[in-house]
Design a protein. Structure first.
Length: 195
């Protein structure tokens, strides 16, 4: 996690762009957090992640359109899985295109699969734009909001730390007193039973 944060701080928008081409959810959320810290601009983070994701999805789609069938024919096991995906795509094209950005681990295979299907390039582009915009906003703002919540929590802890320390000390003292009284009672009971 710290390594990713340092990459984001060192390489900024370029790193976010290339990470978004492949998967990028974690990087985008951390970039939102980095924007909260003041290292990056949140709107630019969202735009760069959106563009990176769009470039990746469109590249994978057209790879599937141009080379996908030949690629799959040489891999029969993968071809069987893709055929099942095609049946699913026929029933839920728009929803799957839009939601594919949120399916971690499928970000590269789904656009390739769409490219090998009968989905038009225009339809894929349109729903990919909508899904990409939603994805980049959700994860970018989510990282930023996490930073805000974390700061408020830490600030709240600082405001109440005296009360927390007193509470912990009183709780520890109370536990010691209860333990002492319990041992004394146990000793008295044991003495009474032996007499």
């Amino acid at each position: 996690m710290e390594t990713l944060l340092s990459f984001i701080q060192d390489y900024g928008y370029l790193f976010i762009f290339f990470a978004a081409i492949v998967e990028g959810e974690t990087v985008l959320a951390l970039a939102g957090f980095t924007a909260f810290q003041g290292f990056l601009d949140l709107e630019t983070v969202i735009l760069v992640a959106f563009l990176g994701g769009l470039v990746g999805d469109q590249s994978f789609f057209y790879f599937g359109r141009l080379k996908g069938k030949r690629f799959l024919e040489s891999r029969p096991k993968l071809l069987a899985r893709v055929e099942r995906l095609h049946r699913l795509i026929e029933r839920h094209q728009n929803l799957l295109i839009f939601g594919s950005r949120f399916m971690y681990g499928f970000r590269t295979i789904l656009p390739i699969t769409f490219g090998t299907s009968n989905v038009s390039g225009y339809r894929f582009l349109w729903f990919d734009l909508l899904g990409g915009a939603t994805w980049s906003i959700v994860f970018g703002v989510g990282g930023y909001m996490f930073g805000t919540a974390l700061e408020q929590l830490i600030g709240h802890i600082h405001k109440t730390e005296k009360f927390l320390i007193i509470g912990v000390l009183v709780g520890a003292l109370l536990a010691q007193v209860i333990s002492f009284v319990y041992r004394k009672i146990t000793v008295q009971v044991e003495k009474g039973e032996t007499e």
